[in-house]
Design a protein around this ligand. Structure first.
Ligand code: ADP
Ligand code: MG
Length: 373
């Protein structure tokens, strides 16, 4: 067991399956080449000391004093993981951790899960704690839920810890079953274009919690354990007696779940192009039924589709963040230009546009050949 090491974990893009992960449903993310890197060294004095090249301030705490509410700000994502591990009885003591990464913060690409995942991998491996990746994902999520106070589902941490290069990760959030499905758009002459809209996240935490409440209430009224269990075949009949807003929330979750399964079937059959319409339908559902888009997201999707993209949708929780789009490789420039022009017309901040590949999940970075990222 070594005392120090370098560990990195990727951000993610969810291809499809938005707001399904807290409804026991399916999600289909890929890991990004962008990572958060944690250089870690065990300390014998019981002190957790964390610094980040992307944030101000150094946090220094005794691990024995860690408790929800004690740490605020970015260091809570790190300290939370150490707290959960100790709380669950694992022998994790003091650490010095230096964070450095290139996952954009707060852009919906899950820099938070990347930070938690890299931390979880670092402190468990250097403490001789042997947990599988699913357990690490559960622990990282628990840190974000209970220590940071963000009631996220299990998708982001699972993607960061379990994804494989050139594959999408189909995750059943009820059973934790996973399947790695080949996803390599370039092999079919396609590109996955990402538009970071730079839209400031508005109302995210409160609205996210409100959607979760809507879903819980709808499941109670429909007398099902989770919205995953609503039968899509008779959807209109099922939601008939629900208040109008709840009916729309249910319709989004149920149809989105089916779109994930349809997308997985298409990828298994190597019919990647046909994913396009599913992406655009997902966006319409998130805009109209789930009401988590903002004008920047809608304008980007409309401009991409009008410029010939096969399909486009917001990705992540919404209220800002990124749009993804499946486009012919030959159309990347035209689609990018179309989005830039539309943003200029609307006087939005200029977006960042780039193409994404499906990268590997979290790994130790000082032991493997440096071919990644
Ligand atoms: P997202 O996960 O979509 O990027 P979140 O709001 O969930 O957005 O998480 C972003 C937060 O995670 C940042 O505000 C910061 O507190 C923390 N974070 C992520 N990456 C880093 C980093 N490299 N250094 C310090 N803090 C980070
Ligand atoms: Mg996050």
């Amino acid at each position: 067991m070594t005392r120090d090491g370098v560990f990195e974990a990727p951000g993610r893009i969810n291809l499809i399956g938005e707001h399904t992960d807290y409804n026991d449903g399916f999600v289909l993310p890929i890991a990004l080449p962008h990572t958060v890197r944690v250089t870690a060294a065990r300390r014998d004095d019981g002190v957790l000391r964390v610094a980040s090249r992307q944030a101000h301030g150094v946090a220094e705490l005794r691990v024995a004093d860690l408790a929800p509410g004690v740490v605020t700000g970015w260091a809570a994502y790190v300290a939370g993981v150490v707290w959960v591990l100790r709380e669950e009885g694992h022998p994790v003591g003091g650490f010095g951790l230096l964070v450095d990464g290139n996952v954009p913060l707060g852009a919906g690409l899950s820099s938070s899960a990347a930070l938690e995942s890299a931390t979880a991998l670092a402190v468990t491996e250097l403490s001789g704690v042997d947990l599988d990746r699913r357990e690490l994902a559960r622990i990282a999520r628990r840190a974000e839920n209970e220590f940071v106070g963000m009631p996220c589902g299990i998708m982001d941490q699972s993607a960061s810890l379990l994804a494989r290069e050139r594959h999408a990760l189909l995750l059943d959030t009820r059973t934790s079953e996973i399947e790695h499905i080949p996803f390599d758009p370039a092999a079919s002459g396609l590109a996955l274009l990402v538009v970071d809209t730079k839209a400031p996240h508005r109302l995210v935490d409160g609205e996210y919690a409100a959607r979760q409440r809507d879903c819980r209430r709808a499941a109670e009224q429909l007398d099902v354990p989770a919205l995953r269990d609503v039968d899509q075949a008779d959807l209109d009949g099922v939601v008939r007696d629900l208040p109008e807003r709840l009916a729309r929330r249910v319709r989004h979750v149920v149809t989105e779940n089916q779109r994930v399964l349809d997308a997985a079937d298409l990828l298994r059959a190597r019919r990647t192009r046909e994913l396009g319409p599913l992406l655009t339908a997902s966006h319409a559902s998130l805009r109209d039924d789930y009401e988590v888009t903002v004008p920047e997201l809608d304008v980007a999707v409309d401009a991409l589709v009008a410029a010939g993209a096969l399909g486009a949708r917001m990705t992540g929780g919404g209220f800002g963040g990124c749009v993804i789009s499946l486009v012919e490789e030959s159309a990347v420039d035209a689609c990018t230009e179309a989005v830039r022009a539309a943003f200029a017309d609307h006087r939005f901040t200029a977006p960042d546009c780039w193409t994404a590949t499906a990268a590997p999940g979290a790994r130790r970075a000082d032991r493997v050949p440096t071919a990644t990222a």
